[in-house]
Design a protein around this ligand. Sequence first.
Ligand SMILES: Nc1ncnc2c1ncn2[C@@H]1O[C@H](COP(=O)(O)OP(=O)(O)OP(=O)(O)O)[C@@H](O)[C@H]1O
Ligand SMILES: [Mg+2]
Length: 294
Amino acid sequence: MIVTTDPKAPTGGPLPGDGTGVGGLEPVLRVEDVSVSLGGQPVLDRVSFSVEAGGFCGLIGSNGAGKTTLLRVILGLLSPSSGRIVVTGGRRSRKNPRIGYVPQKIVLEADMPLRARDLVGLGLDGQRFGIPRPSAKRRNAVDEMLDAVGATRFADARIGNLSGGEQQRIMIAQALVCRPELLLLDEPLANLDIRSAAEVVELLAHIAAEQRIAVLLSAHDMNPLLPVMDRVVYLADGRAASGTTDQVVTSETLSRLYGHPVEVIHVQGRVLVVSGAEHQAHHADDPDPFGRGA
Ligand SMILES: Nc1ncnc2c1ncn2[C@@H]1O[C@H](COP(=O)(O)OP(=O)(O)OP(=O)(O)O)[C@@H](O)[C@H]1O
Ligand SMILES: [Mg+2]
């Protein structure tokens, strides 16, 4: 269900300005009324939003809100029970080169005999079988991407020896090397300190704008994304509110989304979502802003 800012408007429609792209451009990603059930339980309920070329959209929600599920549906790894997803007007498939994906769980063993640049190169092999042949073109594509994410310095290091932030840059380079039009990232900031998170966010925003890539990035804390995010999709209890940050991150919209009174408080450039019912402050990245089920 879409929660609108207009109290008289029916639910089910996108927020004003969250339809087709700016200037009537066709969005790169369109999610239309998508519902998903897993194990017989509803996880997503009529979610709709779109992301344009060069747009940066934050997918915000607590643990279990359905962020990974939504990304897996967009990738075609899960089928929605109803609704429709369109990516740059084409059909989706499991190995769609138009979509780059950085999954939430990446296990990189310390003794993995792979250099950072080898891992980036694997991003070029998604559509092919067999051992890749080294070529100047391939090397140039990898070098260019390593440079774009600021990873040239550790390009020849063993991947397992890199820090979390360095590994995250390599995974982004791997997802970008086949030049996708849409980049999906599932909690890429989860293991980063504040400075590294800010650097990765700035890097992604720069790449999205420069290469006209649509970015959809999931996070449970929206604060690191505030400087760059031009759209937000906020998930709670399977439902979604989408639009600009100013439209969605308001007491009125989030109260309607949660079905409880919620207050949005701005403190020193950060946003806190507070449960109005219990007058108990919860940080926006708490597992559950209502303190339930813990
Ligand atoms: N295969 C499955 N079968 C049944 N339920 C599932 C399955 N996969 C996920 N779920 C449930 O769907 C809900 C949404 O899960 P999802 O992983 O999408 O949440 P999330 O927002 O990504 O959470 P997190 O922030 O913890 O990564 C959860 O309640 C989860 O337990
Ligand atoms: Mg997840």
